[in-house]
Design a protein around this ligand. Structure first.
Ligand code: SF4
Length: 82
């Protein structure tokens, strides 16, 4: 999760965790590695008390990378089509 001065981030389950789990490496990654990384990040999101706030923020900002609110960029684009 990116760091923004938003109050809900104080309650984020990913707070203090390795950001690399939530974003792809700049050097790229194999499909299997991406799927595993995203699954691990999404498991953390499932426990997060501010998941809705996080997802709403990502949708409003049209975040194009990373896991936000338990969804990757492709899944968020799907939501925005409806
Ligand atoms: S929903 Fe996931 S990415 Fe968003 S704040 Fe919670 S743990 Fe972090």
């Amino acid at each position: 999760m990116a760091i923004f001065p938003l109050s809900w981030t104080e309650s984020a389950a990913c707070r203090g965790r390795e950001g690399a789990l939530f974003f792809p490496p700049e050097t790229g990654e194999r499909k299997d590695d991406r799927l595993e990384r995203e699954q691990n990040a999404k498991r953390i999101c499932q426990t997060c008390a501010v998941r809705n706030e996080c997802l709403t923020c990502a949708l409003e900002r049209r975040e194009s990378h990373g896991i936000w609110g338990g969804m990757n960029e492709s899944e968020r684009r799907g939501l925005l089509r409806y």
